[in-house]
Design a protein. Sequence first.
Length: 224
Amino acid sequence: MALTDGRSGDAGQFPRVADGRRLPDIYTRFVKDLSVAGQPRWPQMSDAERADSLDNGPDLVWADDDTANGAAFLDSGLNQGYVRLHAPSPVVAGSSIAHWADALAPDQLMEPVLSARAEGRNGLGLATCALEAMGWTLINGARCPDFDTAAILGSADESVAADTVESETADTGGDADDDDGGSSGGGCTLGTDTRFDPVWALLLGLSAWVLVRRRSSRAGTGTR
């Protein structure tokens, strides 16, 4: 859906399909505005109403009953039992609506700023609920909500050992700042306290090697 006026259309408009119609995507079918009379979901609203709704946090929520039932463990971040969506004012393209609100506690994947407390090494939390609502099949023991499936960065046992080493290192290097608040400024952001995945280091190293090879090849061609 268009968050701001641009090539995709006016703010509040759904994507245009081949025959010219504008149809709601699966994600926006679960977006509800509790501040509007009747508390409609976005597909039930006009383009203008959706445009006005874009920055209606904390009243903009993910309206899926299974997610709401699974969110009972949250200490904050709910409105009328529904999980709040990230809807700041002004609208932040690439970030608004596409995340949980940063008010959720404990921290969850799909928030605009990812902290070390929500890396996914010890389960995917409410993210599995949203994926299942949109039609994904949960496998390998994942459930809604998910607290046990180490689906991203190795096993839960490995993460415990890593956390112990990381904690000992932090004790010798000064106090750590646990504040993960603030806006991402667009898209998703890794918090300063988040571990850097070594897979990224491997990918960056490979990219640098390819770049050097290409430059060497071009230099060799130019001297012939």
